[in-house]
Design a protein around this ligand. Sequence first.
Ligand SMILES: C[S@@+](CC[C@H](N)C(=O)[O-])C[C@H]1O[C@@H](n2cnc3c(N)ncnc32)[C@H](O)[C@@H]1O
Length: 241
Amino acid sequence: MTSQETNQNQEMLNAIEVEPVVCSDIPMAPSNLVSLIQPSVLADGRKQAWQQLELLRQKGILKPDGTIFDLGCGYGRMAYPLRSYLNNKGRYIGYDVFGPFIDFLSSAFAVDKRFSFFHININNEQYNQGGQATFCGWPIADRSVDTTVAVSLFTHIDTVITAAYFNELKRIMKPDGMLFMQMYRTNNPELVTETAFRTVRLEQFWLNLFDQFGCEIVDQWSGDMALNMFHDAWNVILKMG
Ligand SMILES: C[S@@+](CC[C@H](N)C(=O)[O-])C[C@H]1O[C@@H](n2cnc3c(N)ncnc32)[C@H](O)[C@@H]1O
């Protein structure tokens, strides 16, 4: 990665001026939930979610009347700004392995019927110890999702679940569906890391995975390998079809 590339993500986000809208009818996630994935050393992830979604909208991968699947939705960082983007035909589906996120979001968003949240009981050493080791799919209809966002999701899951998720994404996404994912990549085998806290994979691993599932990179940009921003280093938009 060049130093020019390294700053691309932050520069693109800084250039986007958006004022987060505070929803009076939906409470923000409490700090005990937020701090689980956004320790205070990180920049404000909520503001960045608004900038990130605006960037995705500008890149044409969000449709106001589309179905958006937020895989590893966390405390709903992306869900709040999506309320403003989706029109009354748009739908949002969020999945996460950490039950308290889903309990909070299901209750908080109950007033907005476009939004639904589901718990998936897959084992994760950081977020869901004792969950199931195997993945049997999401109860989502074939070819029904326009856009999937997986922000810092594949940073926390192993290669077996990663491949199983790609397999299932191929089933649920529309032929022209797009996946936005953020993860870490490296070309230095010594930097490869495999933990539920932070996984860094060889770039070639990702390229092979995309090839295996017939996904095409339509856009990509890079962030900072340091952990001082609430996003991972490699941003990729994939055409899944
Ligand atoms: C770093 S957080 C990112 C959360 C959210 N995407 C965001 O941008 O704020 C990673 C999330 O992935 C969830 N997660 C971990 N393993 C998962 C899995 N196998 N399936 C779905 N979500 C998972 C965690 O519970 C956590 O909420």
